[in-house]
Design a protein around this ligand. Structure first.
Ligand code: KIV
Ligand code: ZN
Length: 388
């Protein structure tokens, strides 16, 4: 494997969906999965198949429809979860099972009520069982951020021998500081050497999820687990758009590390997730917030007009943010204005049948709404391409 490539593992549909008020139905999850594929995500964690029949259905339908990203289901280290995960992802072109058990003293003592030996035995069993279904098995040491390094090394040795191909080190409660997390990743990725890919999964409880993710990649992690708009449990997960754009914008500092993300699809993905979940990124959210590229002060506006780079380290168009359009669509708008709008929104490969059908639906919507927004149009076009 190319040692500079950072694998992007998106868990918007699993950990992101665990965020209060963010649950999505199957059709909505399929729309998000298709957009994540277009974005260039390497692995889509499509859900937790054993959690409910609805989750199973969503993972398996996504598995049937996605071709370019690997489809993964989460499972606890128990037989039925792993079996359900395997059944749900089996139709995918590329698939993975992600199994986990906690390794921190506090989780083992109070939650699992298991000894270290029992945890290792269960972890090995889970990985071996998952390997009977798929070649690509990820194992997570839940609460790695608060686990002991020596015990994590024992677990890693055992699960790698059992067939785990990716070892994920979640900072489950967002406890670690970047210097600490970087040191942990360095020690464990040197320990794993080339036996497995080291991954990180950072929560944002102290607002450090992205800083921790970036500290991890500079210390040997080659997979990052992220969500769109930073959705996720409590304060959320590390945001895809932040780490990806930091690695791209500061390629010099990251010594040529790169991702396969098509950054021009970032904004469209963010809007789709916000529209579907109803959870808007805060206005000043890095990369995708409403104000991320807005310049209010006169000095800044003057500077940007003279030379964009005076106050902009990234170009809005690099993440697919389009220049404000004065074209407002309503029931009197014609096909040409509609076509212009969807091209501006980045949908330049829409066929004429899709355009015609979306235009008809736009007219019906425009009769009901005074003004049809860019998000409305994005949803119309996404629905159209899904129906083809
Ligand atoms: O935060 C966490 O530890 C998780 C694991 C299940 C990977 O989401
Ligand atoms: Zn998590």
């Amino acid at each position: 494997m190319d040692n500079n490539k950072i694998v992007v593992f998106d868990t918007t549909l699993r950990d992101g969906e665990q965020s209060p008020g963010c649950s999505m139905n199957t059709e909505e999850k399929i729309k998000v999965a298709k957009q994540l594929e277009k974005l260039g995500v390497d692995v889509i964690e499509a859900g937790f198949a054993a959690a409910s029949p609805g989750d199973f259905d969503a993972v398996s339908r996504i598995a049937e429809q996605i071709e370019k990203s690997s489809i993964c289901s989460l499972s606890r280290a128990v037989e039925n979860d792993i079996k359900q995960a395997a059944l749900a992802v089996q139709k995918a072109k590329m698939h993975r099972i992600h199994t986990f058990i906690a390794t921190s003293p506090i989780h083992m003592k109070y939650k699992l009520k298991m000894s270290e030996e029992e945890v290792i035995k269960r972890a090995v069993y889970a990985v071996e069982y998952a390997r009977t279904f798929v070649d690509d098995v990820e194992f997570s040491l839940e609460d790695a951020g608060r686990s002991e390094i020596s015990f994590m090394k024992e677990v890693m040795d055992a699960v790698i021998a059992a067939g785990a191909t990716t070892i994920n080190l979640p900072d489950t409660v967002g406890y670690r500081l970047p210097t600490e997390l970087g040191a942990m990743v360095k020690e464990l990725s040197d320990f794993a050497a080339n036996r497995a890919i080291i991954s990180v999964h950072n929560h944002n409880d102290l607002g450090l999820a992205t800083a921790n993710t970036l500290a991890a990649v500079t210390n040997g992690a080659r997979q990052i687990e992220v969500t769109m708009n930073g959705l996720g449990e409590r304060a959320g997960n590390s945001a895809l758009e932040e780490s990806v754009m930091a690695i791209k914008t500061r390629r010099d500092a990251f010594k040529d590390l790169y991702t396969n993300i098509n950054t021009k699809e970032i904004y469209a993905t963010s809007r789709l997730v916000a529209t579907i979940t109803g959870v808007e990124p805060q206005q000043n959210k890095a990369i995708v917030g409403k104000n991320a590229f807005a310049h209010e002060s006169g000095i800044h506006q003057d500077g940007v007009l003279k030379h964009q780079e005076t106050y902009e380290i990234m170009r809005p168009e690099d993440v697919g943010v389009i220049k404000d359009s004065t074209l407002i669509l309503g029931k009197h708008s014609g096909r040409a204005a509609f076509k212009d709008k969807i091209t501006n929104l980045g949908f330049d490969t829409v066929t004429s049948e899709e355009l015609n059908s979306a235009f008809e639906k736009f007219k019906i919507l425009a009769d009901k709404k005074k003004e049809v927004t860019d998000d409305d149009i994005r949803m119309l076009i996404t629905d159209e391409s899904l129906n083809q």
